[in-house]
Design a protein around this ligand. Structure first.
Ligand code: NDP
Length: 461
């Protein structure tokens, strides 16, 4: 131990790294965290947190529209983007300070620098040139936006990173991509008053989500005015006046004030000396790790998006915690990646946990599907043409609920709780035995009596 300056050197002060550092320090480890940008990482600085603040902002417009049906007369509302961005930035700065203070309180030393591995036990701090000898190293450098194909005019395109700091709200925006970020920013900009066009290369948005969810969200977003062009790619972007002309593979072009791509994210693995330290990558470019997040170098671990497992903050946090328990707490801990609940903060929201209908039917001989599509109570007076979708995917043999899918207001809040029931292996009978909370939308999850479909796979002789 005496040969090392620290017991743990963490490269990357985001969700996974910060959690690992604090827990390891709690076990008595001497910990140093290097962060070259801002403490808090993508989630806090330019991901989940600022995104959710923009989501809140964007939803007021719908509330103003809907208020009249409840007797309110709302004067013509006006919106000021710079105010929102300044307030958001103030909150993010506060959170960054909280993260920093929590690390310091735990006795962790923070160094604001890029850190490069010189060998498995030595890290060079690029800001000062100092060398730190570390018993263990944790890599938690996260991921960064992909740019997609190298098309003409790519420098005109922004990613979510820049979207958080635009000087003004674009009147018209084209967003390429059909995943989480594209849907969330399409909803944000639509709610704030922009004309939004989504361009997606496949048949329908949100590949990997349940097909009913995909169709439902698309319909809802289109009815709110988001234009969704599928089976198309952006082939080039030209400057046109104060804005841009966006050319599509399907023919034709679109005019926009901003063009944003949300076409996935890649692990941040460059310029860190990984090869020198003997850290291997997977075929898809993430750091290869075992079930304890250990890399090919025995004293180096990696957690979070840089490992390209599940790109979700709570997963990175869990991995960071499990790493610290394993290495410094004497409690070898693996992360359970089953039934991870997730939400897309589109408008309306999506909440999902477990299997889609397609996956369940592929894997299981008997599958029962319960589904309800209904008008939420608020819409009866607000007059909004909207529907909620709730769907349960049930194992027809064991009666276990294997998947739950919700599209509607507060779906993210609902799915967190359904996730507990599913983790406890709840059956459809358990859902049925649960008393409804009335009047709520969520009660529909415990009142769906008859399956809308029962699939039984023919036995192959
Ligand atoms: P996603 O993987 O969700 O979506 C990427 C989208 O881009 C897909 O529609 C994909 O199409 C499309 N795409 C990929 N490559 C190209 C290309 N070369 N040209 C055109 N389109 C392309 O990634 P995001 O960037 O939206 O988000 C990254 C990750 O961050 C998410 O997977 C998620 O795990 C996480 N995240 C989570 C959030 C949350 O929890 N609410 C919010 C935001 C992000 P195809 O489907 O055909 O491959």
């Amino acid at each position: 131990m005496a040969d090392f300056d620290v017991d743990l050197f963490v490269i990357g002060g985001g969700s996974g790294g910060v959690r690992a550092a604090r827990i390891a320090a709690g076990y008595g480890a001497r910990v140093m965290v290097a962060e070259e940008y801002r403490v808090g990482g993508t989630c806090v600085i330019r991901g989940c947190v600022p995104k959710k603040l923009l989501v809140y902002a964007s939803r007021f417009s719908h509330d103003f529209e809907e208020a009249a049906g409840f007797g309110w007369s709302v004067p013509e509302p006006s919106f000021d983007w710079p105010t929102l961005i300044a307030n958001k930035d103030r909150e993010i700065a506060r959170l960054e300070n909280v993260y920093t203070a929590n690390l310091e309180k735990a006795g962790v030393e923070i160094v604001k620098t890029r850190a490069v591995l010189e060998n498995p036990n030595a890290v060079r701090l690029m800001s000062t040139g100092a060398k730190v000898r570390a018993r263990y190293v944790l890599i938690s450098t996260g991921a960064a936006p992909n740019h997609g194909a190298d098309i003409a005019g790519l420098p005109h395109v922004i990613s979510s990173n820049e979207a958080f700091h635009l000087p003004e709200l674009p009147r018209r925006i084209v967003i390429q991509g059909g995943g989480y970020i594209a849907m969330e920013f399409a909803a944000i900009f639509e709610g704030l008053g922009s004309e939004v066009v989504v361009v997606y290369r496949g048949e329908n948005i949100l590949r990997g989500f349940d097909d009913d969810v995909r169709a439902h969200l698309r319909g809802e977003m289109e009815s709110r005015g988001v234009k969704i062009i599928t089976n198309a790619l952006v082939t080039s972007v030209d400057k046109a006046g104060n804005g841009y002309r966006v050319h599509l593979s399907s023919g034709g072009s679109l005019e926009a004030d901003r063009v944003m791509f949300a076409v996935g994210r890649h692990p941040n693995v460059g310029g860190m000396g990984l090869e020198t330290a003997g850290v291997k990558l997977t075929a898809d470019g993430g750091i290869a790790v075992d079930e304890y997040s250990r890399t090919s170098a025995p004293n180096i671990y990696a957690v979070g998006d840089v490992t390209n497992r599940i790109h979700l903050t709570p997963v990175a946090i869990r991995e960071g915690h499990a790493f610290a328990d394993t290495v410094f707490g004497g409690k070898p801990t693996m992360v359970d990646y089953t039934e991870v609940p997730t939400a897309v903060f589109s408008e309306p929201e999506i909440g999902m946990v477990g299997l889609t209908e397609a996956v369940a039917r592929d894997r299981l001989p008997k599958v029962d599907i319960y589904k309800s599509v209904f008008r939420p109570m608020k819409a009866t007076l607000s007059g909004r043409n909207t529907r909620v979708l709730m769907k349960l995917v049930v194992d027809g043999s064991s009666d276990r609920v294997l998947g739950c899918h919700v599209v509607g207001h507060d779906a993210g809040e609902m799915i967190q709780l359904v996730g507990i029931a599913m983790k406890m292996k709840a059956t459809k009978a358990d859902f049925d035995a649960t008393m409804a909370v009335h009047p709520t939308a969520a009660e529909e999850l415990v009142t769906m009596r008859e399956p809308v479909a029962r699939y039984v796979r023919e036995a192959v002789e």
